[in-house]
Every structure is written in structure tokens, then in C-alpha cells.
Design a protein around this ligand. Structure first.
Ligand code: NAP
Ligand code: GDD
Length: 326
């Protein structure tokens, strides 16, 4: 019998890579999608006939209870969230309902329907916020700096709490920023790679950004979903930091991206206050030694390769569109 696995957030960046990975492992993949007036399955269009999509929402516990009763998954990966930090300042309550309380609703559904289900929670390096030590590890205290970060701290601790209270197999992966050509356009790496491709092709001239000094530990999403899977295969549930151990500024990301197409970032990047945040996370850099020791996991994609693959993918995307118009 194939293992049945439920992914919430399957239409997102990570959900699409995780679904691909689980299919290669022979799992029956069930993806929870929320109702919308238009279909937004672009990231999973290539595997849509291999996964089962079911309707549910993190805001609606009954919908998740129904999914668990009907589809009886062995594992659940909770990747769904309001995941954009900037939006969380403008929609803090919605972010809390989804990114924080949504986790409790899903954990409660597991507790009520089948406590044997293994559960993965998508925790975040954003929880470290104003960091108290460098690099950050599983024992670094949290100091979130956004409603999103606060909501993720709640999601993290409720996951720990259900493990300790009800003996559930629950695990939090504290993942540092991870990117890909499937990253949403509003996140800084994709905003840069897409703008660089547009500028190279003569479709734009400038790129407006906020804080260029912020530093992040950026990895490749396809590497990181493998760590999620490894966590749920462990007999003992435990929380893990997943990262590259390197940090780079937004400015450096720009420099690498423009250099790759033979342009100078200073000629095109304009700093715009609109993209500054009320409170900023200045520096993130992690240490994933525990994941390497227990899970045998290490990042595979260096920073420079990540920047290039994202810019190349956006060049391909835009050139493909031009060809289809010709
Ligand atoms: P993403 O691309 O923004 O995807 C978010 C997913 O959540 C989408 O499928 C979205 O569905 C779904 N969703 C949002 N609200 C929902 C609701 N109320 N009910 C059901 N589904 C809902 O995010 P990602 O980059 O793949 O990240 C996956 C998870 O990891 C998120 O929890 C994120 O916070 C966390 N995380 C990400 C990173 C990172 O660097 N990428 C790092 C640490 C943690 P729609 O398509 O319908 O909008
Ligand atoms: N989005 C965006 N747009 N960010 C900008 C811009 C801009 O124009 N200019 C500068 N930045 C800076 C932000 O201020 C932040 O310091 C940094 O670039 C990264 O921003 P994002 O790419 O939006 O990601 P994030 O670090 O806030 O959050 C992402 O990573 C978290 C893990 O640490 C998201 O994926 C979260 O869901 C995830 O948990």
C-alpha cells in the first residue's frame, strides 16, 4: 500500500516541489486547496493528473476534519500560510488566523481523527527576528519582528505543545529563506531576478527596492523540501534548523543577478521607501549541523548558482512569452 500524504499549501512554491519529491517516493499525494474564483494551479500544472486535489481551508477546521476522515493520510505537511512578511503588517489579524491559529485547527483535526498521523509544521527563521546569537540554531531564542514572525512562533510552540501534551509525532522545520524560479513575484529574490530579465530584454529600466542592507541565508527550495521529508521519516520527532550557513545582503543578490547578464546594478536599482518595513530583520544566518548529523541533510545549491538559475529561468520565461506573441 502506498503511503498517503496530505500537503496543505500545495499550490505554493514549496508545496509544488514537495509534491514532486513525494511522487518520486511512490506516495499518494493529496493536496488541500482553498476555493478561489479563478484556478491558480500554475506551479502544479505539470503534475496535476498525478495528485488528488481536495477542497479545504486553514480557517475552517471542519473542512480539515472531513479531509482527514475521507482520505486518511499517514503524513501531513502544513505548508499553507499567509507567508509574506510585508502583508502581515497590513493584515495582522488574517495572518494570525491563518499562520498561527490555522496550525491549531489542523493539529486538533489530527488529534480528533487519527493521532497516529505524522505532522510537519513549516516554521521559519523569521521567528529569530532580532537575533540574539549568530549563527542561529535550534536553541536560539525567538524575537519575532513582524505579525508574520509572531504568528509563526505561535505555530511553532503549538506544534511542540501537541507533541508533549498528546504524544503526537509533530515536527517543526525552522527553514531559512529558500527561493526558486517558482518563488512568488513579491519576494525580493524573484522581484530582482524577474526585473533583471526584463531590463536585459529592454522591457524595463529600473528596479525599485527597499532595504538593500538586509542579510539573508538564501537556499534553493528544491533542496529544502527533501529536509522536510527526512524529518517525518525519523522515529523520534524533533525540530531542525535548515539553512546554508552563508549570509548575503539584498545588495549582493542584486550585484550577482545584474553581473550575470552583463549589467551594473547601480545603473538600475532605485531605493524606494514604499518597500521598507515598520520593523526589519537585519541579519539571518543559520547552522544546520543537527540536520546534517541526524538526517544526513546538507544544502546542495550555492548562492551564486541560485541567483543564476533564477535569472536564467526568468529570461526563459519572458523570451518564451515574446516568442508566443511573435
Ligand atoms: P507560498 O508560496 O506563499 O505558498 C503558501 C500556500 O499557502 C499557498 O498554496 C496558498 O494557497 C496557501 N494558503 C494560504 N492561505 C491559506 C488558507 N487559509 N487555507 C489553505 N491554504 C492557504 O509559501 P512558500 O514559500 O511555499 O512557503 C511554504 C511554507 O513555508 C509557508 O508556511 C511559509 O510561511 C513557510 N516558510 C517559507 C520559507 C521560504 O523562504 N519560502 C521559509 C520559512 C518558512 P493559494 O495558492 O490559494 O494562495
Ligand atoms: N519583498 C521585498 N521587496 N523585500 C525587500 C525589498 C522589496 O522590494 N527590498 C528589500 N527587501 C528586503 C526585506 O526588507 C527583507 O529584509 C529581505 O529583503 C527579504 O524579504 P522577502 O524576500 O520578502 O523575505 P522575508 O525574509 O521577509 O521572508 C521570507 O523568508 C522567511 C524566512 O526567513 C518569506 O518566505 C517568509 O515566509 C519566510 O518565513
Amino acid at each position: 500500500m502506498n503511503k498517503r500524504v496530505l500537503i496543505t499549501g500545495i499550490t505554493g512554491q514549496d508545496g509544488s516541489y514537495l509534491a514532486e519529491l513525494l511522487l518520486t517516493k511512490g506516495c499518494d499525494v493529496i493536496g488541500m486547496v482553498r476555493r478561489s474564483s479563478t484556478v491558480n494551479f500554475e506551479r502544479i500544472a505539470h503534475i496535476q493528473d498525478q495528485v488528488k486535489l481536495v477542497s479545504g481551508d486553514l480557517l475552517d477546521e471542519a473542512s480539515m476534519i472531513e479531509i482527514l476522515r475521507t482520505h486518511q493520510p499517514h503524513e501531513i505537511y502544513n505548508l499553507a500560510a499567509q507567508s509574506f512578511v510585508q502583508t502581515s503588517f497590513r493584515q495582522p489579524v488574517l495572518t494570525g488566523e491563518t499562520t498561527a491559529l490555522g496550525v491549531t485547527r489542523l493539529l486538533d483535526a489530527i488529534r480528533l481523527v487519527d493521532p497516529e498521523i505524522r505532522f510537519y509544521q513549516a516554521s521559519s527563521s523569521e521567528m529569530f527576528g532580532k537575533v540574539s546569537e549568530v549563527p542561529q540554531t535550534e536553541t536560539t531564542p525567538f524575537y519575532p519582528r513582524s505579525p508574520y514572525g509572531v504568528a509563526k512562533v505561535y505555530g511553532h510552540w503549538i506544534t511542540v505543545n501537541y507533541r508533549e501534551s498528546y504524544d503526537l509525532h509533530t515536527t517543526s522545520g525552522i527553514l531559512f529563506n529558500h527561493e526558486s524560479p517558482r518563488r512568488g513575484m513579491e519576494f525580493v529574490t524573484r522581484k530582482i531576478s524577474h526585473a533583471v530579465a526584463q531590463i536585459k530584454l529592454g522591457q524595463a529600466t529600473e528596479l525599485r527596492l527597499g532595504n538593500l542592507d538586509a542579510k539573508r541565508d538564501w537556499g534553493f527550495a528544491a533542496d529544502y523540501v527533501d529536509a522536510m521529508w527526512r524529518m517525518l521519516q525519523q522515529d523520534e520527532p524533533k525540530d531542525y534548523v535548515i539553512c546554508t550557513g552563508e549570509t548575503h545582503s539584498v545588495r549582493e543578490f542584486c550585484q550577482h543577478a545584474f553581473d550575470h547578464v552583463g549589467l551594473s546594478w547601480q545603473d538600475h536599482v532605485v531605493v524606494d521607501e514604499t518597500f521598507m518595513r515598520p520593523a526589519e530583520v537585519d541579519l539571518l544566518v543559520g547552522d544546520s549541523q543537527q540536520a546534517e548529523n541526524d538526517l544526513g541533510w546538507k544544502p546542495e545549491t550555492p548562492f551564486a548558482d541560485l541567483v543564476k538559475l533564477m535569472v536564467d529561468a526568468d529570461l526563459d520565461l519572458l523570451q518564451g512569452r515574446l516568442r508566443s506573441l511573435a
